[in-house]
Design a protein around this ligand. Structure first.
Ligand SMILES: CC(C)(COP(=O)(O)OP(=O)(O)OC[C@H]1O[C@@H](n2cnc3c(N)ncnc32)[C@H](O)[C@@H]1OP(=O)(O)O)[C@@H](O)C(=O)NCCC(=O)NCCS
Length: 157
């Protein structure tokens, strides 16, 4: 499948409800609108969305830039748009924005049992930098570890 040519567009706190609606379709424990509003109020925090010509976002990423490090706080593509390269485009958009903002490193966290996301991050050059054991509850199963992944920037450096 080829990447849907949706433009990547920055979103602010006024989009909190829209972002929450998309997030709810992607995670078992999604962020609500209040959480998006609060997170996007933190200095250095931004959201990027993949916008079809009309309707809600097909995907979103929220990230924070500090002095020389970026942190990817959440990344998601709604189910009907997965497998078309949007996740990678959003991630590349975040990395490019981080580089433009002076970041030299990007970090993120992913559950060990999230195969799709782990492959996406590995293909984008992220490697394991740490692990939080039994971090994500899995009702009826053992909790999953969280992997801390990191990569240096710029992406081509
Ligand atoms: C992870 C996620 C963002 C990927 O989005 P996507 O648009 O489907 O990903 P892409 O089409 O850009 O795929 C990029 C790479 O990711 C990996 N990937 C994506 N979906 C995959 C799947 N179902 N199984 C295995 N690998 C997968 C592949 O390496 C793929 O590269 P390839 O197509 O060259 O093989 C999406 O599955 C999602 O939103 N999941 C739910 C939310 C989530 O888990 N977010 C990450 C939290 S850390």
């Amino acid at each position: 499948m080829t990447a849907a040519p949706f433009p990547l567009v920055a979103a602010g706190r006024d989009a909190a409800a829209t972002l929450a609606a998309a997030h709810a379709r992607c995670f078992d424990a999604p962020w609500d609108a209040g959480t998006f509003d609060a997170v996007l109020a933190i200095p250095g925090t931004s959201a990027l969305t993949a916008r079809p010509p009309e309707g809600p976002p097909a995907g979103l990423a929220v990230f924070r830039l500090t002095v020389d490090e970026g942190e990817l706080l959440t990344l998601a593509v709604v189910p009907e748009h997965r497998g078309a390269g949007l996740g990678r485009r959003l991630l590349d958009g975040v990395l490019a924005t981080a580089v433009a903002g002076g970041a030299r490193r990007m970090v993120l966290e992913v559950a060990t049992d999230n195969t799709a996301a782990r492959r996406l991050y590995a293909a984008a050059g992220f490697g394991e930098a740490g692990r939080r054991r039994a971090y994500y509850p899995r009702p009826g199963d053992r909790p999953a570890d969280a992997l801390i992944l990191a990569r240096t920037l710029p992406p081509d450096g």
